[in-house]
Design a protein around this ligand. Structure first.
Ligand code: HEC
Ligand code: HEC
Length: 425
């Protein structure tokens, strides 16, 4: 009898814990062990490959039909392969209402297409906008110096851009345990008096919980929880290469476009992920003279004192010198942007749930920041000082303290940021 009871317990136990165990096992695991050299070499070939329509390296239609560049390396290239990109490669996101209907369309306006009939233009997002595929950032920043060239964006349409970040240290970010990010969130809440993170003034961020309970950490909106997921999304969205993780987007002009076969296998995506994971992390490089070194250290102390480090947290778990809490912060009404980075243009109910708000951005890690200009999510800030001054919302108090510093003290902070460099190899 006793024997049967324990079998029964086992069955009930399995029924309860199996789904949970399965979910945990099927999570995209971080890279873990150092990526293997062969995979990294194959990944590098794919990362630098100039993709073409019906490319021989794919089993599908190759590049496109719509895409933003012909290789990963075209955007991620400065100051070295895997680095950041200029304004000319900004990605344009749109969200458009459907004339009173309860759904919206959102997606990426791709800059390029393999054939003229696939070209995506603003006029396909809304008929009142011009038939252009490339949108200059200036024309989106109304009232911020770009007035003459500003677009007439109709009500119900939101356009924003994303600048290419550097990928150095992506492996370290991938491997930070969720609990470290959540711990940082709790610490800030406790410190600022258990207030909710919806606050618009205190530097209390929130972790973005994604499907399956995982914590987002990649992308300007922390929209992706693992490096592999992001790489797959980038393949589909930037290059039009469909893969097991993401379908390729169909052209706005031809939503019925049918893809033929998968462009990339999971192995190819993993190789690319391994290449990105093998990129070294950024480093701090101190200047030559003792005098200049002391100034950098002085700048670093001020950076902590005036509250920059409340969000740009120096260490996360075992990862040192990252200068980010990887949390979302509300950054004020000038720094807004909505829209999904990846996927086909989708029709959804206007954002309900816990998705990022228009003014919420993930604190960008400042490691390597000396060499990743232009700055902020759309690259609107040409210099480090511009980037600092433009912080609003939860960043405003520390920026006010920055403005009150003497010029040499402000410069010391800039000198400190300039010591945070991309890896030299
Ligand atoms: C057209 C320019 C462009 C191309 C081509 C491109 N990227 Fe990116 N990449 C971006 C932009 C812009 C972002 C930020 C997107 C966002 O957060 O909304 C980004 C972000 C990323 C990130 C997340 C980094 C982080 O720390 O948040 C990874 C990883 C990445 N790209 C990998 C790739 C890979 C792999 C390829 C090739 C398959 C690729 N990218 C091709 C522009 C590009
Ligand atoms: C409330 C949190 C918070 C505080 C406090 C804060 N920042 Fe930021 N910082 C952010 C976020 C979020 C962004 C990205 C905003 C965007 O892209 O629109 C950012 C962007 C930056 C950038 C541009 C990085 C890049 O890669 O584009 C720099 C440089 C920077 N911060 C420096 C500072 C300095 C110096 C201070 C102190 C004076 C400071 N920050 C205070 C959250 C914060």
């Amino acid at each position: 009898m006793k024997h049967y009871t324990s079998v029964w317990y086992l069955v009930v136990g399995l029924a309860i814990f199996f789904p949970l165990g399965w979910r945990i096992l099927s999570f995209e695991q971080p890279v873990g062990v150092a990526p293997e050299a062969d995979a990294v070499a194959r990944g590098k070939t794919l990362f630098t490959h100039e993709w073409t329509d019906n490319d021989p390296l794919t089993k599908g239609d190759g590049l496109g039909p719509v895409y933003n560049a012909t290789s990963c390396a075209a955007c991620h290239r400065s100051p070295a392969l895997g680095g950041a990109g200029g304004l000319e490669h900004n990605v344009t996101n749109f969200v458009a209402g459907r004339g009173g209907l309860p759904t919206i369309r959102q997606g990426v306006l791709h800059a390029l297409a393999t054939r003229p009939e696939f070209e995506e233009t603003l006029s396909q997002v809304h008929s009142a906008m011009p038939p252009i595929s490339r949108v200059p950032l200036k024309s989106l920043l109304q009232g911020q110096g770009g007035n003459n060239e500003s677009l007439n964006i109709p009500p119900g349409v939101l356009l924003s851009q994303r600048n290419t970040p550097a990928l150095f240290g992506a492996r370290q970010i991938d491997e930070i345990p969720d609990r470290v990010i959540i711990g940082q969130e709790r610490l800030a809440r406790t410190r600022w008096g258990m207030i909710g993170s919806g606050t618009e003034t205190s530097p209390v961020g929130r972790s973005l919980r994604l499907a399956g309970g995982r914590v987002g950490r990649f992308g300007w909106k922390a929209q992706s929880a693992s490096l592999l997921e992001f790489v797959q999304a980038a393949c589909a969205n930037e290059l039009g290469l469909s893969n097991p993780g993401n379908p390729q987007p169909a052209p706005l002009s031809k939503p019925s476009y049918q893809q033929v076969g998968l462009d990339l296998t999971l192995e190819q995506c993993r190789d690319m992920r391994d290449f990105v994971a093998a990129l070294p992390r950024p480093v701090q490089q101190l200047p030559q003279t003792v005098h200049a070194q002391t100034n950098v250290m002085h700048g670093q102390r001020l950076f902590n004192q005036i509250g920059c480090a409340d969000c740009h947290v120096p260490n996360m778990g075992e990862v040192t010198g990252i200068y980010s809490d990887l949390l979302l912060h509300r950054m004020g009404r000038d720094l807004t942007g909505v829209g999904a980075y990846y996927g086909s243009p989708v029709e959804t109910a206007p954002s309900s749930g816990d998705g990022p708000l228009p003014d919420e951005w993930r604190t960008p890690p400042l490691w390597g920041v000396a060499e990743s200009a232009p700055y902020l999510h759309d690259g609107r800030a040409a210099t480090l000082k511009d980037a600092i001054i433009m912080h609003g919302g939860q960043g405003q108090a520390s920026v006010r303290r920055f403005s009150l510093l003497t010029v040499p003290n402000q410069q010391a902070i800039i000198r400190f940021l300039e010591s945070l460099r991309a890896p030299s190899e």
